[in-house]
Design a protein. Structure first.
Length: 206
């Protein structure tokens, strides 16, 4: 009986399996830590590139939006002036105020300028600038058409017949990038619109 009892006595369980499991868990944990470190390194490299893309999109959007608004201002100014029967300085001043509202939220007074000119071509002569008016904004630009009393430099491909009168509106704006000034250069944007007077000749401001 003693021998039988001794033969059935439980033997101690080997511990090498539990130790191997602990080692495996340790290796997996270190692998996960190494993977997180790799993600952080990739993020450190990609974050500046993503930031440049985002800031570039902001400046590009402003550039496109300002150009669109300048085109609208030029078209509106030429159209408003050409609709009048007799033009006065008071009316022109009101039109300049309207131009500032159209360009909002961009400040036309501090960074832009609106120039309106009347151009007529006398018989047998070159087209001449009858009169020219500016708004009171601070941007120091001059008209691409020319100066009052002189010959008019007309846009490429545009001609005026003899005794014909046209209203030309020019709008300028100093574009300054907010972020990436080494990619988007500071420049003066410009848009021009031309309209034939609809009611009467507008070769003079009353």
């Amino acid at each position: 009986m003693r021998l039988l009892d001794f033969g059935l006595r439980a033997l101690p369980t080997p511990s090498h399996k539990s130790s191997s499991r602990k080692k495996g868990r340790g290796l997996f944990s270190r692998f996960r830590q190494d993977e997180k470190g790799g993600i952080l390194i990739e993020l450190a490299f990609s974050l500046p590139i993503l930031l440049i893309i985002v800031l570039g999109c902001v400046d590009a959007t402003r550039f496109i939006l300002i150009n669109q608004k300048l085109d609208r201002v030029a078209s509106s100014m030429a159209d408003l002036v050409s609709r009048t029967e007799t033009l006065t300085q008071t009316q022109l001043d009101d039109f300049f105020v309207a131009a500032d509202q159209i360009l909002y939220p961009f400040d036309l007074n501090s960074a832009g300028r609106v120039i309106v000119s009347s151009v007529t071509r006398p018989v047998g002569e070159a087209a001449q600038i009858d009169w020219q008016r500016f708004d009171d904004s601070s941007l120091g630009v001059t008209s691409d058409i020319g100066t009052e009393g002189g010959n008019a430099t007309l846009p490429t491909g545009f001609t005026i017949r003899e005794q014909e009168n046209f209203i030309i509106a020019e709008v300028y704006f100093s574009f300054q990038p907010l972020f990436l000034d080494n990619i988007f250069e500071s420049q003066t944007l410009a848009q021009t619109a031309l309209r034939r007077p609809r009611v009467a000749d507008l070769s003079a401001v009353n």
